[in-house]
Design a binder for this molecule. Structure first.
Ligand SMILES: Cc1cc2nc3c(=O)[nH]c(=O)nc-3n(C[C@H](O)[C@H](O)[C@H](O)COP(=O)(O)OP(=O)(O)OC[C@H]3O[C@@H](n4cnc5c(N)ncnc54)[C@H](O)[C@@H]3O)c2cc1C
Length: 416
């Protein structure tokens, strides 16, 4: 049965949900407080990463965070603060960072990533969104130290064990694959199972396709509250009036807990800020790479090169820490010869907020207290990869169809 669905948030989660909901015959309205031209879904590195099987909440991560706590130019930064929600989240993160929980999460992460990559391919083939960049050159993990190399080799074996294509490449092979690398780089792991895209391009395509297909998109429209009848939500109040709804999808990224609180739903989730620097001229970068020690991602996008990095837990703000942006640029220059980032490129750096759950798994699905509310958030570092599958799963729930995968691990009210 066709339903009126209000989607709160026009990032990759909101637009992917709108795409599949519309295809299933629902009437969809997307509301976003911004002009939908910035934030996490625009600044990300564009990777589709079935290879990223280890969740952020892994053994040793909390210790790293504490070590870096007072260094605001480090790649992983926890700003010290006595905020109750943050402290609770940090405690849940700590509890989730056990080997046993990570082992349980790995096959689930791999499965949802593989499904989503296939949906990206299907979307590409459908032609709905035009001929957007979807390149299958894989992803290189480049390392300078033996320690990083050994660590990644272990991950590679796990990835291969899950049936995904990956191989170790030595110094010589590496230089054939990616000329212009610094001689300090000892080797790499090539995850051939991964792919990449240009996020700004795809978001623009969604924004032109969806209204043509009948989806209403309202920018500059902040959702401020909800109307309900018993345990059924009947619509949302916004700065531009009231929108009636049979179903509501909360795809509001790092802001989701602020909205869910209004419905009595407690959602442990923190904003993990990341930065991007775009280089709009020829560069040596041919294959997407993660510079392991620097923790920088570098992507040859359609017409430009993007550097992306940092996971900064400092609350909801878009303050650009110049020292961090500078560190991303200077560290990148140490991996490629003849690659200098210009001051103007640093000046135009932008940031976005990843919605990060304590256990590194997203919140996808219904909550107990409301019959017609679905959550689609908390995808942290994998949100770009997992947009399509999340949209598909949300659509299956709302349509009453059998979900494409087992979803218990994504339950929004799971215990940590
Ligand atoms: C630097 C960086 C690099 C990354 N690289 C990758 C990568 O290579 N691969 C990958 O898979 N992932 C990557 N990610 C993660 C990915 O970008 C995010 O997980 C994803 O974009 C989150 O999408 P979202 O739709 O949940 O949130 P958002 O894109 O933040 O969208 C949420 C939207 O909700 C709107 N909103 C919030 N509150 C309200 C309200 N009350 N009313 C109306 N609208 C509201 C906001 O304005 C916003 O537009 C990266 C992230 C960053 C920052």
């Amino acid at each position: 049965m066709a339903k009126n669905v209000v989607v709160i948030g026009g990032g990759i989660m909101g637009l992917s949900s709108a795409y599949y909901l519309q295809k299933s015959g629902h009437q969809v309205v997307v509301l976003d407080k911004s002009e939908m031209n910035g934030g996490a879904s625009y600044v990300n590195a564009g990777y589709l990463t079935p290879s990223h099987i280890v969740p952020l909440a892994a053994p040793g991560m909390m210790a790293k965070g504490l070590k870096y706590m007072f260094n605001s130019s480090s790649p992983f930064y926890l700003k010290p603060r006595f905020d109750r929600d943050f402290l609770k989240w940090a405690w849940y993160f700590h509890r989730s960072s056990t080997r046993q929980k990570v082992e349980r999460a790995i096959p689930v992460i791999a499965r949802i990533n593989v499904l989503s990559k296939a949906l990206y391919e299907e979307m590409h083939q459908s032609g709905d969104l035009g001929n957007f960049q979807l390149e299958k050159k894989g992803l290189l993990m480049l390392f300078k130290s033996e320690e990083s190399g050994a660590e990644e080799l272990e991950v590679m074996k796990r990835v291969q064990g899950l049936g995904l294509e990956a191989k170790a490449v030595d110094k010589v092979e590496l230089r054939e694959l990616q000329p212009g690398l610094n001689s300090d780089i000892q080797g790499g792991i090539h995850y051939l199972c991964d792919a990449h895209t240009t996020p700004t391009q795809l978001m623009e395509r969604f924004k032109s396709f969806l209204p043509q297909a009948g989806v209403e998109i309202h920018t500059g429209t902040t959702v401020t509250g909800f109307n309900s009848n018993g345990n059924t939500l009947t619509g949302v109040h916004t700065t531009k009036g009231f929108f009636e709804a049979d179903e509501i999808v909360m795809a509001s990224g790092a802001w989701s807990p602020l909205l869910s609180k209004k419905l009595g739903v407690n959602l442990p989730l923190q904003a993990g800020k990341g930065y991007r620097i775009d280089v709009d001229r020829p560069t040596p970068v041919r294959i997407p790479a993660i510079l392991m020690e620097a923790k920088v991602a570098i992507t040859p996008m359609d017409g430009f090169t993007r550097l992306a990095g940092t996971m900064e837990f400092s609350g909801i703000n878009h303050h650009i820490r110049k020292n961090r942006v500078e560190a991303i640029a200077r560290l990148t220059e140490q991996y490629y010869d003849a690659f200098k980032i210009e001051p103007a490129e640093l000046q135009s750096a932008a940031c976005g907020l990843r919605p990060v759950t304590p256990d590194g798994l997203p919140y996808i699905g219904r909550v107990g207290s409301w019959k017609n509310l679905c959550l689609a958030t908390g995808h942290a570092m994998m949100g770009w990869s997992l947009g399509p599958v999340t949209g598909k799963l949300i659509t299956e729930i709302i349509s009453g169809d059998k979900p494409s995968m087992e979803m218990t691990a994504f339950h929004p009210e799971r215990r940590f």
